[in-house]
Design a protein around this ligand. Structure first.
Ligand SMILES: [Zn+2]
Length: 111
């Protein structure tokens, strides 16, 4: 969970630096994206058992921010190994974990 949050933050930071010419501080758009990602992570029903967001069956991001985060991940994903190898490896390991069943999931009944 914490790892996922740090991964998202590191990815957005990388993306911002290259695309928005930042010098370490995130631009307004990117910092609100990170703030939103944190909020979504905090509200994730999976919490510690959460699969990585890319594989999460709950698409909890608003459509426009979802597109934005996908763009960020597509750009920063491969670069993560260079800049944050430990985070990237942990993230990869998490990706291959089985997706746990949703907690408190109600059985779906046929109408
Ligand atoms: Zn930015």
């Amino acid at each position: 969970m914490d790892n996922e949050r740090r991964t998202v933050e590191a990815m957005v930071a990388l993306y911002c630096r290259v695309h928005h010419g930042g010098t370490g501080d995130l631009c307004d758009g990117c910092s609100s994206l990170v703030a939103y990602a944190r909020l979504r992570l905090a509200g994730c029903p999976y919490q510690q058992r959460k699969p990585t967001c890319g594989r999460c069956p709950i698409h909890c991001y608003k459509p426009e921010l979802r597109l934005k985060i996908i763009e960020v991940m597509r750009f920063a994903g491969p670069r993560m190994f260079l800049h944050h190898p430990i985070l990237a490896i942990r993230h990869m390991r998490d990706r291959f974990r089985k997706i746990p069943p949703l907690p408190h999931k109600k059985p779906i009944r046929e109408q």
